[in-house]
Ligand binder design. Structure first.
Ligand code: CTP
Length: 220
């Protein structure tokens, strides 16, 4: 199969609580950025859809760059890029819940001894992609997700692969203080519906991105 377009998401989304506070996470965008850069060596069109990233991962040369701040914006940006013969890699860390209300004024602490925030679910972007592919009869696509887990990697990754209808899921262990978060060496396992199909690392994200790109190229 000849892939014509890669759509790669990276970074964290951000959901505002009030004009000065938000919910987000610690994703730097590095893995998605490095994967998009590697894919550009063999895929003609690269669409790099990023949320909040470190400055150096916010623009990819020779790609269509799209900034999406919230999870819903990221979902809409990705859905509008889907077409036949696409490879979609969801390396972003979208925020799963958002505040139920938009506060247009700063929440004052004097009036609150405690603060109850009601959060409502955001869409699951991978599930929405699958539904859109099906509904719009877009075919010959490869859908790849990530599973960043603190425990039970294989079990959780396989469960996500099935639940989100993915071709591949790339699993790694994450923890605030250890391997897998931010700018450090990481180890990954790639799963398909047959179970673990490949392991790489420990290595830098630059090298792992090259491994992932080569793996995808030879397993289309
Ligand atoms: N993902 C997504 N939409 C979301 C959240 C996550 O498409 N709203 C994608 C991520 O980009 C990743 C995969 O789903 O490729 C798994 O993300 P992860 O956060 O590990 O899983 P969740 O589905 O959010 O489940 P949980 O947080 O319960 O582990």
């Amino acid at each position: 199969m000849k892939i014509k377009k890669a759509i790669v998401s990276a970074g964290a989304t951000r959901e505002w609580i009030d004009p000065v506070r938000f919910i987000s996470n610690a994703s730097s965008g590095k893995m998605g950025f490095c994967i998009a850069r590697e894919l550009s060596q063999w895929i003609e069109t690269i669409v790099y859809i990023h949320g909040i990233t470190s400055e150096k991962y916010s623009k990819l040369e020779n790609a269509k760059n799209i900034f999406a701040e919230t999870t819903v914006e990221m979902k809409n940006a990705i859905l509008s890029e889907l077409e036949d013969f696409s490879l979609i890699v969801m390396a972003a860390a979208p925020v799963d819940f958002k505040p139920s209300e938009n506060q247009n004024q700063k929440i004052k602490k004097e009036s609150n001894n405690t603060l109850n925030l009601l959060l409502v679910p955001n869409p699951d972007i991978l599930k929405s992609i699958y539904e859109s592919l099906y509904k719009n009869q877009i075919s010959n696509t490869i859908l790849v997700g990530f599973a960043a887990e603190t425990n039970d990697l294989e079990k959780n990754a396989m469960e996500k692969l099935k639940r989100k209808n993915l071709n591949y899921i790339i699993g790694n262990y994450v923890n605030k203080n250890s391997v897998g978060f931010g700018d450090v060496e990481s180890k990954i396992k790639i799963f398909s519906n047959r179970g673990i199909v490949q392991e790489y690392g420990p290595a830098s994200k630059e090298l792992l991105a090259a491994d992932i790109s080569n793996f995808l190229k030879s397993n289309l």
